[in-house]
Design a binder for this molecule. Structure first.
Ligand code: ADP
Ligand code: 5GP
Length: 197
């Protein structure tokens, strides 16, 4: 029997809005999900691990990957290169698993062009104040990079109209339930349409 292909689930939103936190919760509750580990030129944070959070490379290597057409999408995000490997998408979807891409708005539009059947979800902050509070509270960025991320957030919010769903991350558990409901209902939709053929 041919394995049913997995879904591509794209999650975007401003830095510090809570994407990573929400994704960790849904991974505990939804089976058969996989996370796309991106390639980046950003320096690893203290707790980040190679091959788990990112594949950390230098700029030369990243540019070589671009020339070798290894990326499904790539972008300069808050001053660093970041990209999604085509091999990750192909291998995971063929294996019948749903793949989460946590990528910025530029990358998401590129993916939408190439994989229009994907599910596109934007995570929005309840307010600018809360976004800044969360980003500062995470203590991962220096002041200059933090300001850049908050400034970029204004522009990123303009892109939410291109997404299928917008989830406001106000109360964490409520937002996680909404995200889970979207994924589960999209999976059901697909099953129903296959059964009706
Ligand atoms: P992102 O992955 O979008 O950059 P994170 O998941 O790292 O954001 O979250 C940024 C910070 O905000 C973290 O310290 C996290 O614990 C906190 N956070 C996430 N969601 C909420 C929420 N709903 N309420 C309060 N704090 C939150
Ligand atoms: P951080 O530096 O905090 O890990 O991530 C900052 C931003 O980079 C996040 O908004 C995240 O979605 C985005 N990002 C992470 N990986 C990729 C990727 O492979 N491609 C693109 N376009 N953006 C990414």
């Amino acid at each position: 029997m041919v394995k049913e292909k997995g879904h591509l689930i794209v999650i975007s939103g401003p830095s510090g809005v809570g994407k990573g936190t929400l994704i960790k919760i849904i991974f505990k509750n939804i089976p058969n999900l996989s996370y796309s580990v991106s390639v980046t030129t950003r320096k690893p944070r203290k707790e980040e691990r190679e091959g788990v959070d990112y594949f950390f490379v230098d700029e030369g290597t990243f540019k070589k990957y671009i020339e070798e057409h290894k990326f499904a999408e790539w972008a300069m995000v808050h001053g660093d290169y970041k990209g999604t490997l085509i091999s990750t998408i192909n291998e995971t979807l063929t294996d019948g698993k749903d793949l989460i891409l946590e990528i910025d708005v530029q990358g998401a539009l590129e993916i939408k062009n190439k994989y229009p059947e994907g599910i596109f979800i934007f995570i929005a902050p309840p307010s600018w104040e809360k976004l800044e509070e969360r980003l500062r509270g995470r203590s991962t960025e220096d002041e200059q990079n933090l300001k850049k991320r908050l400034n970029d957030a204004r522009c990123e919010m303009e892109y939410k109209k291109y997404y299928d769903y917008v989830v406001v991350n106000d109360e964490l558990e409520k937002a996680a339930r909404k995200l889970e409901a979207i994924i589960v209902s999209e999976r059901d939709k697909c099953k129903k349409s296959q059964n009706s053929l």
